[in-house]
Design a protein around this ligand. Structure first.
Ligand code: NDP
Length: 261
């Protein structure tokens, strides 16, 4: 039993989490804390302490860094600031993301740039800077230096409808995950992505209000329901810990069976 617990315990770890204020990222940040990790949250509004409070209720430390991921100048100083404050990041969870819907023929340049910056460029910048830090860390007895988890999408595989920037960014997240894994898996850093299916969060408000599309999506999900943020707690703990030591470069769909259809 003790050895089983070691596969999933995150005691002594520190996780840097983006997108932790709500939705999937909030559930995953709390799950990492419940498994024993201290959490560093990156968020636009430092006064939103709802996730921090739940992490502290779980008995873990939580520090908030204020950054807007749509500004690359905000992102490039982030990791050095966190490290300078003495946090030793061993888990990186890139969950922040935005959607913008518009027919492609009218899709504005600024919307394209904003979606690509938040969903893909900031993910690269944080992977690069946290990866560089992890490579300097002494490996543990299993050779592990750290773990990176990016949040992809079904639109890493499929094109979607009227969401060209989102599909391009999430396709990029999947490819970036594999590219980094190829360089770093042999150096003790596993890099994986989780691709959520259709999940009941603020991001899907517009989709859920569109009765025709909401019905056709629901009919295609073998599990017979939309996903919930809590559906991501188990998979993130597994990927963050030693239980997934030989898993890297994967994009794991958590979609109620959608991709099997
Ligand atoms: P939500 O819209 O519920 O939450 C988005 C999160 O990203 C919030 O924490 C938000 O912070 C943060 N964020 C957005 N823009 C910025 C920014 N400029 N700077 C800092 N933080 C920012 O999204 P979900 O929980 O639904 O999605 C989480 C991830 O899962 C995303 O990457 C999304 O693309 C992906 N995903 C979601 C699916 C779904 O069906 N819901 C399906 C497939 C993938 P704030 O509170 O400040 O806005």
């Amino acid at each position: 039993m003790e050895s089983l617990m070691k596969l999933f315990s995150l005691e002594g770890e520190t996780a840097l989490v983006t997108g932790g204020t709500r939705g999937i990222g909030q559930a995953m940040a709390i799950a990492l804390a419940e498994a024993g990790a201290d959490i560093v949250l990156v968020q636009r509004d430092p006064h939103d302490t709802r996730t921090k409070a739940q992490i502290e209720t779980a008995g873990r430390k939580c520090t908030i860094y204020q950054r807007d991921l749509s500004s690359n100048t905000d992102v490039v100083t982030l990791v050095s600031d966190i490290l300078a404050d003495g946090h030793d990041i061993t888990i990186l969870l890139n969950c922040a993301g935005i959607q913008h819907r518009s027919p492609s023929a009218q899709f504005a340049d600024e919307d394209w740039s904003r979606v690509l910056q938040v969903n893909l460029t900031s993910v690269f910048t944080l992977c690069r800077d946290v990866g560089a830090h992890m490579l300097q860390r002494n490996p543990d007895s299993t050779g592990r230096r750290g773990t990176i988890i990016n949040i992809a999408s079904l639109l890493s595989f499929q094109g979607g409808l009227t969401v060209p920037a989102y599909a391009a960014s999430k396709g990029g997240v999947a490819q970036l995950t594999k590219a980094l894994s190829n360089e770093w898996a042999g150096k003790g850093i596993n890099v994986n992505a989780i691709a959520p299916g259709y999940i009941d969060t603020d991001m899907n408000d517009a989709l859920m209000k569109d009765e025709v599309r909401a019905k056709s999506i629901m009919e295609r999900i073998p599990a017979g329901r939309w996903g919930k943020p809590d559906d991501f707690k188990g998979v993130v703990i597994w990927l963050a810990g030693r239980g997934s030591a030989y898993v890297s470069g994967e994009v794991i769909t958590v979609d109620g069976g959608w991709m099997g259809r």
